[in-house]
Design a protein around this ligand. Structure first.
Ligand SMILES: NC(=O)C1=CN([C@@H]2O[C@H](COP(=O)(O)OP(=O)(O)OC[C@H]3O[C@@H](n4cnc5c(N)ncnc54)[C@H](O)[C@@H]3O)[C@@H](O)[C@H]2O)C=CC1
Ligand SMILES: Nc1nc(=O)c2c([nH]1)NC[C@@H]1CN(c3ccc(C(=O)N[C@@H](CCC(=O)O)C(=O)O)cc3)C=[N+]21
Length: 339
């Protein structure tokens, strides 16, 4: 007689469930802030590279936009004409948000930074302009202190991971807002400027002890002992690697862009939460389920939901027209009161 395998205790949570919840909120917020009769917001996407991941991302974004009543327009452009084309979109009142797929000049990251700065602040749906990044690293939530009417924009993938951790109740609602990851240890494998480093900073700003791992080594991001500091600080962990970080981690986040890369399952703490944001599967799917309490195999759908959430926020942040009455402004402020 064959013995039955023990039931798996690991819960696999798909991005879809979380994305659906966020998209509902986005629709409600849009309805609250829009004047009756105003047209659907338009997102313009610039594709100036041949990256298959960017092409896929554009296709999924188009689908999600259209399913949720937003307009999405893909503009395939020449690298050399990109700056001009972005400037035209900046001026065009029919364009509410702009996304540019990176990398465009992989051998010259400075040039990609320059392109990022070309997008108008009021249309930067990914929050990649320096003022948004500065606010994020400095734990500043508003663009217009002290009025505090205009919410800052956070980059989509890092914010998607934060929203997933909130959904999984890793954020502890008993603690004060802004401190809800106090006591949690998190490893983020990837320290790129668009994903891993902002993610480590956001998590540490919310109170976590974060090990940020890249091929150059490990850095520790924290708000200091007792999270007394207002924003995170960074220290090098000389000689550290995954061997030291993973056994200490309540949450492990993988973002390594390589098919062959796998997080060593034997180092994962029993009951850890494992989340993968890479286009490749960073966890050995079968083995990780023997160790993890929760496994989130991909986050892309949540990233796109955040893209739309950011687009609605850009609309809400726009200077009020004369026709806009006080109650609309109040609704715009309250619509994003939770973060
Ligand atoms: N699901 C989503 O929403 C999104 C997924 N992605 C995917 O995430 C992945 C990463 O994207 P980017 O950060 O833009 O890539 P990137 O190439 O800019 O950065 C990857 C980083 O990982 C580091 N790395 C490589 N091998 C490593 C290793 N063995 N251990 C530790 N660090 C290592 C690199 O040194 C680099 O800093 C890609 O697969 C990309 O397609 C990107 C954006 C959104
Ligand atoms: N300015 C800019 N912002 C980006 O966010 C950006 C970019 N440029 N350039 C290209 C990369 C790539 N990227 C992905 C987004 C979603 C999935 C994704 O949704 N993956 C699926 C899994 C794979 C599948 O279903 O085939 C998922 O997570 O469900 C992957 C990759 C965003 N990128």
């Amino acid at each position: 007689m064959s013995s039955q395998a023990a039931p798996k205790t690991c819960k696999v949570i798909t991005a879809e469930t979380i994305a659906k919840k966020l998209l509902l909120e986005v629709k409600e917020t849009l309805a609250k802030i829009q004047e009756t009769g105003s047209s659907a917001p338009t997102l313009v996407a610039f594709l100036a590279n041949e990256d298959p991941a960017a092409i896929k991302y554009a296709e999924w974004s188009k689908k999600t936009c259209e399913e949720n009543g937003f307009n999405f327009e893909l503009r395939i452009v020449d690298k050399d004409l990109l700056e001009e084309d972005i400037m035209k979109a900046n001026e065009d009142d029919a364009v509410d948000g702009i996304i540019v797929y990176y990398p465009i000049f992989p051998k010259n990251p400075t040039h990609d930074k320059y392109v990022q700065e070309t997008v108008d602040l009021s249309k930067d749906v990914e929050g990649l302009r320096h003022s948004y990044l500065h606010n994020m690293y400095h734990n500043i939530r508003f663009l217009d202190a002290p009025e505090n009417k205009k919410k800052s924009i956070l980059p989509c993938t890092p914010l998607a991971v934060v929203k997933i951790l909130e959904h999984l109740q890793i954020y502890n609602p008993i603690l004060a807002y802004g401190n809800r990851l106090f006591g949690k240890t998190i490893t983020v494998i990837n320290r790129s400027e668009v994903n891993g480093r902002p993610l480590a900073a956001l998590l540490a700003n919310d109170g976590a002890t974060v090990y940020s791992v890249d091929i150059t080594g490990v850095q520790l991001f924290t708000r200091g002992q007792g999270i007394k500091k207002p924003r995170h600080q960074v220290e090098e962990k000389e000689g550290w690697g995954l061997e030291q970080c993973l056994p200490l981690s309540d949450v492990i986040i993988g973002g390594v862009p390589a098919e062959s890369y796998k997080v060593p399952t034997e180092l994962i703490r029993d009951g850890a939460v494992c989340i993968n944001f890479s286009s490749f599967k960073n966890f050995d799917g079968d083995a990780v389920k023997e160790k993890a309490s929760i496994y989130v195999p991909s986050v892309g759908k949540v990233t796109i939901a955040i893209l739309l959430r950011n687009l609605v926020r850009l609309v809400a942040n726009r200077p009020s027209k004369e026709t806009l009455d006080k109650s609309t402004i109040q609704a715009r402020t309250e619509a994003f009161a939770d973060d």
